[in-house]
Design a protein around this ligand. Structure first.
Ligand code: PMT
Length: 413
């Protein structure tokens, strides 16, 4: 979604500047055009040469360079960008931004711009919590500057707390969300609609250290949540334990077990559409052990007594005033894909079911691509093999079409 977008990175002087290389790589991977303004302090941590090589563009540093000003004046630098990102946003550059200083190229560009600005703070925990920094952040927030992070964690100075710069994937997600918010209303057919998405596996405890689970990575479900948010929906994503990053602009509720997933789905309240892409464990332990089950020498292995988990998709599909207008399930099958999926749609009572073959040879679990069939009362649509993001966009498009179509009763009025 960043294809063709022009991102101006203002690289300031902090140890976290080393993450800028990965950030540029991720932005370029999405075909964004990246240009860098490097402060004098920033150049102590990363070299202009490395930024130039990665961006394939000139790096700008000198406010008074005759060639730079004639080729690309400081006003033009900010005008040419769709978004500016201050990375790392040190206490010093935040103070200079808040004070409206324009004493080098970076601060001048930031003062001259009328484009959205994102800052990724990185500094020592006490510098971050200092009243001066917090006041500067308050001033900048009030002026419309957006912030991503800082995160909690161990810092280069060996102290722990908030001050660690967000990871490059988190910064990319924040950039996507900001650019998304700039889009005209026509690109947001799901504005005003609420969506619930489940994603990832569940974990069912055997004892405090062992669990039953499956190979779902959350890639497909998370991509669907992101795609619905891109089309303007207010999305709640209920996710099992996964390592994929939270999608931008989505409210994420993290759970472990199927019982917790059901409770979180019900707590999300009324929604227009529910998409159940999670791989929910069908069974849980009838009575999980409260202490680690010990291996006894010579004894037979313990038997696991299982009991069914609640069916979240069937619960959400139940007729009633709170039922979402559209409920979409997924069917993960290793044989008789279409027949089993058609049967599952009827049994669970959902409107659509997305059938996908999860046999190991397909690489669907955890992979980046998926071959799906969209099954509704109207029949079966076979989609070509697509990236999980494309599957998500196509499904979100079909959902938008369905939800913006007048209901039969409204159409008859
Ligand atoms: O996460 P990835 O690695 O990207 O992989 C994506 C995926 C393969 C997990 C995804 O595309 C998918 O198929 N999700 C559904 C997996 C699954 O549990 O399928 P199922 O056929 O066992 O269940 C059918 C439907 O009932 C699903 O919508 C499931 O969420 C739902 N269900 C199942 C059991 C249960 N107790 N409650 C449920 O709601």
């Amino acid at each position: 979604m960043l294809k063709g977008k022009r991102i101006l990175l203002v690289v300031a002087g902090g140890i976290a500047a080393f993450k800028v290389h990965e950030l540029i790589r991720l932005l370029r991977k999405q075909d964004a055009a990246v240009r860098c303004v490097l402060t004098e302090a920033g150049a102590k941590f990363v070299t202009p040469l490395s930024l130039q090589a990665l961006t394939e563009d000139k790096v700008y540093s000198d406010m008074f360079s005759l060639t730079d000003e004639s080729e690309m004046g400081h006003i033009q630098l900010s005008r040419d960008a769709d978004l500016l990102v201050v990375v790392p946003a040190t206490a010093n550059i935040l103070a200079r931004m808040a004070g409206g200083l324009a004493d080098d190229l970076a601060s001048t560009v930031l003062l001259a711009t009328d484009k959205p600005v994102l800052a990724a703070p990185a500094m020592n925990v006490r510098m971050w919590s200092h009243a001066a920094t917090q006041a500067n952040v308050g001033t900048l927030t009030a002026r419309g500057i957006r912030f991503v992070g800082p995160n909690d964690g161990v810092m280069a100075c060996n102290e722990f707390g908030p001050g660690r710069m967000s990871e490059p994937v988190e910064i990319v997600a924040a950039i996507e969300a900001m650019l998304e918010a700039e889009k005209p209303a026509a690109d947001k057919p799901l504005a005003g609609k609420r969506a619930l998405v489940t994603s990832g596996p569940t974990r069912e405890a055997i004892d405090p250290v062992r669990y039953i689970s499956n190979h779902s990575s959350g890639k497909q479900g998370h991509a669907i949540a992101a795609a619905l948010a891109q089309l303007g929906a207010d999305v709640t994503l209920v996710s099992g334990p996964v390592t994929v990053p939270d999608p931008a602009g989505v409210a994420v509720v993290k759970i472990d077990s199927a019982d917790q997933m059901l409770a979180a789905c019900l707590a999300a309240g009324a929604v227009d559409v529910a998409v159940c892409a999670a791989a929910v464990a069908d069974w849980k332990m009838a009575a999980p052990a409260t202490a680690k089950i010990k291996k006894q020498a010579g004894a037979a292995p313990p038997s696991l007594v299982l009991t069914p988990n609640p069916d979240i998709l069937a619960t959400l599909s139940r007729p009633g005033p709170k039922r979402p207008r559209l409920v979409v399930g997924f069917a993960a099958e290793t044989e008789n894909l279409i027949a089993n999926a058609i049967d599952k749609r009827t049994r669970k009572g959902c409107d659509w079911i997305v059938a996908n073959d999860v046999s190991p040879a397909t690489g669907t679990f955890g992979g980046d691509r998926n071959t799906v069939h969209l099954i509704s009362a109207e029949g079966v649509q076979d989609w070509p093999t697509l990236s999980k993001e494309r599957v998500a966009m196509q499904l979100a498009g079909a959902i938008a079409l369905h939800l913006t179509r007048p209901r039969p009763a409204e159409a008859a009025e």
